[in-house]
Design a protein around this ligand. Structure first.
Ligand code: NAD
Length: 255
């Protein structure tokens, strides 16, 4: 039975991972914020030193925290020589460079979205973008709960990357994340993003391909965090025993 250590255990996703373990064939080997049953936001419990936690029992780490602590979390995993699954979003290029460096010595899997549905959606978006000309404008709309701190969501950017890959371009050369005031006309080839925030929405994403006279819409709605948590646990079980390197959710899901 795979022993799982959770970094960010008192957060929304950390708690969802804890719940997903029940039916997974994996067990909880350690948490970084010990009283997992308390409300995380009203009374955040103290963190256990990560290196000490990672060196203890357990086969693999699941990390849903914040970009601020990514370096510390990767270091703890490397010191303990344990594979790590990272679901934290809002990462910059320098965070991705940190992941690449860590992946030289341990197996690392980062994904902005661990659900089967969204990973399949990304594959469909890439395929559609590769078949449709630039006269089909691509717009990505996302909505999340009011506590989310980064925008566009990591999943929206992942879908943008998939669309850009389908077109054989880099997303950075095409993405438009802000429109305000007199914007001028939309340029062919742009990939636009729109962000909505409110309530308790776990994650809605819609990719719209709009041409003269017709629209193709592909979308996904997460009805709860458990789909991400289950995917993270599945990824963690898959990662145990792999060679050092950087892996993707598409590999775990065989897409
Ligand atoms: P949250 O705020 O509820 O939980 C974050 C946890 O990390 C908390 O326990 C907090 O104490 C800890 N933490 C944050 N910053 C810290 C710091 N500087 N030092 C020590 N501990 C720190 O957030 P959440 O909703 O659980 O989301 C966590 C991350 O996971 C976000 O980046 C979110 O976008 C991402 N996410 C990813 C997926 C996916 O499928 N990949 C799905 C949902 C959310």
């Amino acid at each position: 039975m795979t022993g799982i250590i959770i970094f960010g255990s008192a957060g929304r996703m950390g708690r969802a991972v804890y719940e997903a373990l029940v039916s997974s064939g994996a067990h909880l080997a350690g948490v970084d914020q010990p009283d997992i049953d308390n409300n995380p936001r009203r009374d955040p419990p103290p963190r256990v030193p990560l290196e000490q936690l990672a060196r203890g029992g357990g086969d693999v780490i699941i990390d849903f925290t914040s970009p601020d602590v990514l370096e510390e979390n990767l270091w703890a995993a490397q010191v303990a020589k344990k594979p790590i699954v990272i679901g934290t979003t809002g990462l910059t290029d320098s965070h991705h460079a940190m992941i690449d460096r860590a992946a030289r010595s341990i197996p690392v899997l980062w994904s902005a979205n661990m659900s089967l549905g969204v990973n399949l959606l990304a594959a469909l978006v890439k395929d559609a973008a590769s078949r449709l000309s630039v006269e089909w404008d691509i717009e990505i709309l996302e909505m999340h709960h009011r506590h989310k701190v980064d925008a566009p969501s990591g999943t929206a950017l992942m879908l943008g990357d998939a669309a850009a890959a389908g077109r054989g371009i880099d997303l950075d050369s095409a993405k438009v994340t802000v429109r305000d005031g007199i914007t001028g006309e939309r340029q062919y080839g742009d990939i636009g993003f729109a962000t909505l925030r409110g309530g308790s929405v776990a994650g809605d994403h819609q990719v719209i391909f709009a041409a003269e006279g017709e629209r193709l819409e592909l979308g996904h709605r997460a009805e709860g965090r458990v789909i991400f948590a289950r995917g993270a646990v599945r990824a963690a079980q898959w990662l145990v025993g792999k060679e050092p390197g950087r892996y993707t959710m598409a590999q775990v899901l065989g897409l």
